[in-house]
Ligand binder design. Structure first.
Ligand SMILES: Cc1cc2nc3c(=O)[nH]c(=O)nc-3n(C[C@H](O)[C@H](O)[C@H](O)COP(=O)(O)OP(=O)(O)OC[C@H]3O[C@@H](n4cnc5c(N)ncnc54)[C@H](O)[C@@H]3O)c2cc1C
Length: 506
């Protein structure tokens, strides 16, 4: 491997000095994503990159990738670092490629209803661009204000609108990708608008940056709907609320979106923002489409809520909650960290999944809340979160929750979302025999393991000597089991909830 000073000179030659950083502070900032990793993780991985680079063009990305052959430094692509499994942090240092300077909207075609953007643009910025032209993104992740188009595609993101418009994967018409050998390819033919034939696009969706670096994406867009409104219903308990959500599916109502948020979510929210609805299990629905259809849908929802003792919240309250839909993890401000466990579960088992998440929060004596959203008639997302204090050594034990919740999702016929560094032990349980084929695909695209090597399909440590260079994924799983065990010993149950209720004299 070349010396770091040599690598620095070569990177500066390619990008200029202002877009290559190697200072302690920059390296530290990029040493974690939204998953709060305990300091002990540094014993296992070199989470700090040696260099952070900020390319502005596809050619610069390709130059950085090719340089890796010369310097031997591994590459970690990164959007906004909002992923929750450690995917966008290095495991062996190297060059971290922050794509956020590649954030332009390159082309918009109203007739063909598509937009071409650079991978580092945020979903929110693209949506704002489209709004001025009377168009919307069919699907957007909750992290839209900060997460990038390339990060969302690479992480297999799900989001608002999926229930009505289909998965985000179906929105992606074509990608420009820099492959690990430095070649630039398009994943689909520009002429194949109907997408009836095989193309390479789905390979990169959810590949977590292991097969190449996405530099541009062409996405399907929708005209702005004639009517868009929100409706919200409070329920006496979780079971009635989740039965209402499943009832939406059974009644065949094509809502734009429906999210269940439990009582504790609103307890946290209320502590932060006064004009929050009274804490209760609440279902927030978004309805979009022709005016008559939307009004009809709202009537059907009212009819479904009644027998389940649901109370409709005022229209302005529903509208306000919908406007706040991108800030569902605000409770992080109450603690000093927050851990999200993102999972997919069968829609028919939503009630059970929510009860399991709630039970787990109680059993591990954590403070947390449960959220779940409809993604399709068969699949719902289940994304409970727990509060933690990442400044204290015991804080990291909250990660045990992610392990246990993922196990429960798999048992229910679903699975966790994202493998990254933290959750690689789920690969075989999620994909069975196909796990080996996924490893083979990595081998074809990236035999030298240059880009995100040792993640997702295998688990490397920071060491390069044989035996110490990798961890059997099951050992990682065991470590998180241990964290869950320790969690029970040091309870923080009701710390924030109790403080809130004491304040109100409840
Ligand atoms: C508040 C919040 C809300 C969230 N809501 C959702 C949600 O609704 N739905 C959902 O699915 N997830 C959600 N997540 C998880 C996360 O935001 C998404 O996975 C998001 O799409 C990641 O985008 P990013 O730009 O932050 O990517 P990063 O976290 O930076 O990277 C994610 C992975 O993709 C790789 N990568 C990034 N950019 C590229 C690229 N251009 N080419 C190749 N590989 C790349 C990285 O190496 C990493 O493995 C949420 C997270 C938070 C914190």
């Amino acid at each position: 491997m070349a010396s770091l000073d040599y690598a620095h000179r070569r990177l500066v030659n390619a990008l200029g000095p202002e877009r290559v950083a190697r200072g302690e502070l920059e390296r530290m900032v990029y040493s974690h994503d939204f998953a709060s990793l305990p300091k002990a993780a540094l014993l296992q991985w070199q989470l700090y990159p040696d260099f952070v680079v900020l390319p502005q063009t596809t050619e610069e990305v390709a130059a950085v990738v090719r340089l890796s052959d010369e310097t031997g430094l591994p590459i970690t692509p990164r959007g906004s670092g909002t992923g929750t499994a450690g995917g966008s942090v290095p495991n062996r240092g190297g060059v971290l490629v922050d794509l956020r300077k590649m954030n332009r909207v390159l082309a918009f075609d109203a007739d063909d209803r598509k937009v071409t953007v650079e991978a580092g643009a945020t979903w929110e910025a693209v949506a704002a661009h489209l709004a001025t032209r009377g168009f919307v993104l069919p699907v957007e992740p909750v992290s839209a204000p900060s997460s990038t188009i390339g990060g969302g595609i690479s992480n297999g993101a799900v989001g608002f609108g999926a229930y009505r418009r289909g998965s985000l994967r179906d929105m992606v018409l074509d990608l420009e990708v820099v492959l690990p050998d430095g070649r630039v390819v398009h994943t689909a033919s520009p002429g194949e608008a109907g997408r009836a034939f095989a193309d390479l696009t789905p390979l990169f969706f959810g590949a977590e940056g292991t097969l190449g670096i996405v530099t541009k994406a062409t996405l399907r867009v929708d005209p702005k709907p004639e009517e868009a409104r929100a409706a919200a219903y409070a329920f006496p308990d979780d079971a009635s609320a989740t039965s209402f959500v499943v009832g939406i599916v059974d009644a065949g109502v094509a809502v734009h979106h429906a999210t269940f948020l439990d009582r504790d979510h609103f307890v946290f929210e209320r502590a932060l923002t006064a004009d929050t609805p009274d804490p209760a299990p609440i279902v927030l629905a978004s309805l979009r489409g022709p005016k008559d259809e939307v009004l009809e849908q709202e009537k059907t929802l009212d009819g479904l809520a009644g027998p389940r003792k649901g109370t409709k919240l005022a229209a302005d309250v529903a509208a306000r909650q919908w406007a706040r839909r991108f800030t569902v993890y605000g409770a992080r401000r109450l603690s000093r960290g927050l851990v999200v466990s993102a999972n997919l579960v069968p829609t028919g088992r939503l009630g059970e999944a929510v009860a399991e998440a709630r039970g787990l929060i109680e059993r591990l004596r954590l403070n947390g809340a449960v959220q779940a959203s409809l993604l399709s008639p068969t699949t719902a997302s289940l994304a409970p979160y727990v509060l933690m204090d990442e400044t204290v050594p015991s804080g990291g034990t909250a990660l045990g929750f992610v392990k246990k919740m993922g196990d429960a999702a798999i048992e229910m016929g679903g699975h966790p979302m994202g493998l990254g560094l933290l959750l690689v032990f789920n690969l075989e349980r999620m994909h069975g025999r196909a796990a080996r084929s996924l490893g083979a695909v990595k081998e074809v695209f990236d035999p030298g393991r240059k880009i995100n090597g040792g993640k997702t399909v295998e688990l490397w440590t920071k060491f390069t000597v044989p035996i110490l260079n990798s961890v059997p994924p099951s050992v990682m799983g065991f470590g998180l089991e241990l964290a869950a065990f320790l969690r029970r010993i040091k309870p923080t149950k009701d710390r924030f909830v109790a403080a809130y209720e004491r304040e109100r004299g409840a």
